[in-house]
Design a protein around this ligand. Structure first.
Ligand SMILES: [Fe+2]
Length: 358
């Protein structure tokens, strides 16, 4: 502590006040500002930052608690030394509860009073530092909070940009792959629009079976890409009018895995790729490429398989120029229920076939 601070003394006893002022100044070096009534003392306290007040607590016409509260409301850290005519235990207990630092009594022991003032001012100094520290921490926290908010907003914006970038990239990839898949179909006049038809049949069956919106979306993407792997099959085999040789069949049967090789790096298509891979599996395990059976085949793949087969029957092909009639194709599907096709998918298909093939 550098300069000696002035103290405030509130007492209606003028003689006693003069004595205390002199002693505190001479013995302790503390200048004292004296007021005889509460209103004047409060006004002085409002205008000057007295760190310590000595208050006569048993002045006539005053209530100790109110007296202390009024000073505390102006400066919650002010040190209050209570001055009593005598050591009244009840007043001292109540005074401490209200925030009095310590007490002096008549006759005043100046040595003790100067000691209390010194210790009180040291405490006040520590409290001031503590409060400043708290304020600094609060300001620092506030500034951190603001910086955090700015950072959070920037991260949010960057995330939005990245999500948009990712969506753009995904959509560009999807368009490229779909163009590739359509190019393969378009090479053969008999398979033009095949994927589109498969998607229509599959979507209606999937809705009938209660698949979710997300599952439906993946199913339709898988339909559009299901024969992408035929890019690896020679054109002469794809458009061959007569029966295929066993070796040619083996080449055809590679197309689900070829599609997987093309699509696998596109991790966002992981679920779609699985459906594409399994679209030639048969319910009884006689399909390819893995010979999966029953529920070991993804439901979406079982649906695509039926839709694929039905559209093939209902369309002209290089090896069969006249398509099957709807009745013939439906009959063929029924005949293969539980063998090539999942009976549950067949049932759903039979309930909705008229919606898509009329
Ligand atoms: Fe296929």
């Amino acid at each position: 502590m550098s300069a000696v601070p002035a103290l405030l003394l509130l007492t209606d006893e003028t003689e006693m006040a003069r004595y205390l002022k002199e002693e505190l100044l001479i013995e302790g070096g503390y200048p004292v500002f004296h007021e005889t009534d509460v209103a004047a003392a409060v006004s002085a306290f409002r205008n000057n930052p007295f760190p310590l007040i000595i208050i006569k607590l048993d002045m006539p016409g005053t209530v100790m608690d109110d007296l202390i509260r009024v000073f505390r409301e102006i400066d919650q850290d002010c040190i209050i030394i209570g001055f009593l005519n005598e050591a009244d235990p009840r007043m001292m207990r109540d005074g401490i509860k209200s925030g009095v630092y310590d007490f002096i009594f008549k006759p005043v022991n100046m040595e003790r009073l100067i000691f209390l003032v010194k210790k009180g001012l040291e405490l006040r100094h520590i409290m001031t530092l503590h409060r400043q520290l708290l304020n600094d921490i609060q300001e620092h926290n506030h500034s951190l909070y603001k910086q955090n908010n700015i950072l959070a907003r920037r991260i949010e914006e960057s995330t939005k940009n990245m999500v948009k970038l990712y969506e753009d990239l995904r959509s560009t990839y999807m368009r490229t792959i779909k163009v590739l898949a359509h190019t393969i179909e378009a090479k053969d006049k008999y398979t033009r629009k095949h994927s589109e038809n498969v998607a229509s049949y599959a979507a209606v069956i999937a809705k009938e079976m209660g698949l979710s919106g997300e599952e439906l979306e993946k199913l339709i993407e898988a339909c559009e890409l299901h024969d992408l792997g035929k890019i690896g099959v020679e054109d002469v085999i794809l458009s061959k009018p007569a029966g295929l040789t066993p070796a040619e069949w083996e080449q055809i049967k590679l197309h689900p895995n070829t599609a997987v090789e093309i699509l696998e790096p596109l991790t966002f298509l992981e679920d779609v790729t699985k459906l594409v891979k399994q679209h030639h599996e048969h319910y009884d395990g006689s399909g390819y490429p893995e010979g999966r059976s029953g529920d070991d085949i993804l439901l979406g793949a079982r649906i695509i398989h039926l839709a694929d087969a039905y559209d093939a029957m209902r369309s002209a092909r290089s090896y069969r120029k006249i398509p099957l009639t709807k009745e013939e194709a439906v009959e063929e599907i029924k005949k293969n229920s539980g063998k090539q096709f999942d009976p549950k998918v067949v049932e759903a298909f039979l309930r909705v076939v008229d919606k898509v093939d009329f």
